[in-house]
Design a binder for this molecule. Structure first.
Ligand code: HBI
Length: 102
């Protein structure tokens, strides 16, 4: 069962993903979000396929919305109704997948 990030973990591990990292906290919910824009739908879907396979291996899945070349992603952990280390790991994996999709 995943546990919520402590305030120290949020400072040390979550903050680096925010700001220039592109992730932002969601208003009114203990979750993080980021939007990605690709060259076209096929590139966006290839990114989603890559993330989906890795998320399945992690057994930790994003909430996401796709329209054409844009993918909006929200991460939070259902088990503890908030941000856990699993969300940080998945965010880092997602950023790596986006970088290699570019
Ligand atoms: N994905 N985002 C998210 N949050 C969860 O709590 C979660 C999940 N994927 C699978 C899952 N939980 C459970 O099936 C496993 O933790 C057992």
């Amino acid at each position: 069962m995943a546990r919520l990030l402590t305030s120290e973990e949020r400072t040390l591990k979550l903050q680096p993903l925010m700001g220039a990292g592109g992730w932002a906290l969601v208003d009114g919910r203990d979750a993080m979000e980021k939007s990605f824009v690709f060259g076209d739908f096929v590139q966006a879907f290839a990114f989603m396929t890559s993330v989906a396979l890795k998320a399945e291996k992690m057994d930790h899945h994003p909430e996401w919305f796709n329209v054409y070349n844009r993918v909006d992603i929200t991460l939070s952990t259902h088990d503890c109704q908030g941000l856990s280390s699993r969300d940080i790991a998945l965010a880092e994996l997602i950023d790596q997948a986006a970088a290699s999709a570019a």
